[in-house]
Design a protein. Structure first.
Length: 82
C-alpha cells in the first residue's frame, strides 16, 4: 500500500472524488466513481485516474475490504508525469 500512497503524493490532481462504502459496499462505491468520471467526460473534460485510495473510519489507508471511503484523484489526460 505504500506504493499507492507514494503515487498519490506525487500525482498532479485536478480534483478528488469520494464514494462511501456504507450503503452499497465496495462495488457500489466503484460504480459511483465510474459514473462520476463519466459525467466529467460528458462535460468535455478528459480526466485520467491518478490514484484510488481506501480510507478507514479514522482516515487511515486501508485495503478495500476494510475501507469506509474510496478516494479517487484525477488529473488531465494530457498531463505527462515528470
Amino acid at each position: 500500500m505504500s506504493g499507492t500512497l507514494a503515487r498519490a503524493r506525487a500525482a498532479h490532481t485536478d480534483g478528488l472524488l469520494a464514494a462511501p462504502l456504507e450503503r452499497e459496499g465496495a462495488w457500489g462505491a466503484i460504480r459511483s466513481l465510474r459514473q462520476a468520471m463519466r459525467r466529467l467526460r460528458q462535460t468535455g473534460l478528459e480526466p485520467r485516474v491518478e490514484f484510488i485510495l481506501g480510507l478507514g473510519a479514522r482516515g487511515e489507508l486501508t485495503s478495500l475490504s476494510a475501507s469506509s471511503l474510496l478516494l479517487l484523484g484525477y488529473g488531465p489526460e494530457d498531463d505527462v508525469p515528470a
